[in-house]
Structure formats: structure tokens, C-alpha cells
Design a protein around this ligand. Structure first.
Ligand code: ADP
Length: 248
């Protein structure tokens, strides 16, 4: 039964803002360990979809399940994060006046009170977890660097690290390579590919070359529902998709 491999089910999700349907009967199924790219023109509903998954926006209709048992529509935003769904927004929101290590420490603690967190003593296993994340995101040599002096790319990796210390089962990543150099983009592609497998990763991205370099399955949103889904070649050659992008 394939449904046992599904970590995220969105079924018949609709969201209206003043009568305008930002999401219109959206269905989305994400498998365990999958790296999925979501594309679509501006206004397609990508952000609203992420907001529904994280509990920021409540749908008018539909159901949203995390794994077999967790009804996302019954949980608050913090409860959804606690359940294992992490999100990274497009703009980095690191603490610029704290070191890379301290940023990860704050993320691990859930960023409640900065001073309380930074004066508390970490357990050896917490330190090991942070060091492991530093290694994963390639910031080992920047452990003591002030986050504010990192490059744009490094800040984005730190933020991915801040999500990783919380050990999410599903990571939602919004436009990770916007503003990155080609080298940073390549490193980010490798990082996201390496993160999928142990967890599911959903990436919203406009950069089609980047999407091509990482995605096995691409979902195209348009007017609040799925217009096409499949390999990048399949969706890029789909006449419906071509029409939507040419009309942009
Ligand atoms: P995307 O991320 O794909 O660009 P969005 O989810 O941001 O699309 O937006 C989908 C549509 O819903 C857009 O037309 C947008 O203007 C509208 N919308 C999004 N959020 C709100 C809101 N809070 N109030 C009113 N309209 C909104």
C-alpha cells in the first residue's frame, strides 16, 4: 500500500481571500524522503499552500494530513512545527549579532528567550547535534563567525541548519537560491539533494535551471490548483504549462 509512504496529504484544499480563490481544490501528496519542487507563475498560490501546511492560513475546505495520523487542521502553528514540519522563508532571518553556533543553539531551543538560551548549558548530545548540522550545511569553519558577516549564501545555509537542528520530517524551503552566486547555487543544490531521503523536502523555486538540477518530481501550480505534475521534461513540454508561462 503506497499510501504508507506519504508524509503529506493535501486534499481538496480551497482558500479564499475576499471571494478570490487563492487555492482552488488543491491536491498534493508528498512521499517520505522525496525532494519535490513546486513551480508556478506569480499568484499561483504557492505561498498560500505553504501557509496552509504550516497552519498560518486555515483553508475553507479540504483536509491536510501529516503522515497517517496527524490532522494538520486540528493543530496550531507551533504544534505543527513541533510535529516536525520546518519552514525556511525566502529572506534569511538569522540573528546577525550572534555567532553561527549561537544561532543554531537558539534554533534548537525554539528561540524563546535569547539570554536564557545562551546562558543555559548545552548537553553533550545537543552540542553533538549542532556540530553535526554545522558539518552538513558546510559551516564548520564558521562556528564562531558573527552571522551578520556571513555571505548571503552562507546565511541561507545557516537558516537551513536552524531548521535542521529541530529535526523536521518535512522541510519547506522558499526560493533558496534567489540572489545566490552560481557557486552558491550549486552547493545549495547538493545540500538539498543530500537532505532528502532522511526527510522530505519541498522547494518553491523560480529558477528553472536549479529546479532541473535537483528535482525528480515537479508540481506546477496555476490559479490555486495543480496544472501539471511529473518529471521536469514532462511538465516543461506540457502544452498547458507552456501556455501559462508564455502568457506571463
Ligand atoms: P504565489 O506564492 O504563487 O505567488 P500566493 O499564494 O502568494 O501566490 O497568492 C495567491 C493569490 O492570493 C494572489 O492573487 C494573491 O494576491 C492572493 N493573496 C494571497 N494572500 C492574500 C491575503 N492575505 N489577502 C488577500 N489576497 C491574498
Amino acid at each position: 500500500d503506497l499510501s504508507h509512504n506519504i508524509v503529506l496529504y493535501l486534499e481538496g484544499i480551497s482558500v479564499s481571500f475576499d471571494g478570490f480563490k487563492a487555492l482552488n481544490n488543491l491536491n498534493l501528496y508528498i512521499e517520505a524522503g522525496e525532494l519535490r519542487c513546486i513551480i508556478g507563475p506569480n499568484g499561483a498560490g504557492k505561498t498560500t499552500m505553504m501557509d496552509v501546511i504550516t497552519g498560518k492560513t486555515r483553508p475553507d475546505t479540504g483536509s491536510a494530513w501529516f503522515g497517517q495520523t496527524i490532522d494538520l487542521l486540528a493543530l496550531s502553528e507551533p504544534e505543527i512545527a513541533q510535529a516536525g514540519i520546518g519552514r525556511k522563508f525566502q529572506k534569511p532571518t538569522v540573528f546577525p549579532n550572534h555567532t553561527v553556533f549561537e544561532n543554531l543553539e537558539l534554533a534548537l531551543a525554539g528561540e524563546r528567550s535569547v539570554w536564557k538560551v545562551l546562558f543555559a548549558k548545552l548537553s553533550p548530545s545537543q552540542i553533538a547535534r549542532i556540530d553535526q548540522v554545522l558539518e552538513t550545511v558546510g559551516l564548520k569553519d564558521h562556528r564562531s563567525t558573527q552571522a551578520g558577516s556571513l555571505s548571503h549564501g552562507q546565511k541561507q545555509w545557516l537558516e537551513i541548519g536552524m531548521m535542521l537542528v529541530q529535526e523536521p520530517k518535512l522541510m519547506l524551503v522558499d526560493e533558496p537560491v534567489a540572489g545566490m552566486t552560481p557557486q552558491e547555487t550549486e552547493k545549495t543544490a547538493e545540500l538539498l539533494v543530500s537532505l532528502a531521503g532522511e526527510r522530505s523536502v519541498v522547494v518553491v523555486e523560480h529558477d528553472m535551471d536549479f529546479v532541473r538540477s535537483i528535482a525528480r518530481t515537479v508540481t506546477v501550480l496555476h490559479e490555486g490548483s495543480v496544472l501539471a505534475e511529473g518529471s521536469i521534461d514532462k511538465v516543461q513540454n506540457d502544452p498547458k504549462v507552456v501556455e501559462v508561462y508564455l502568457g506571463e
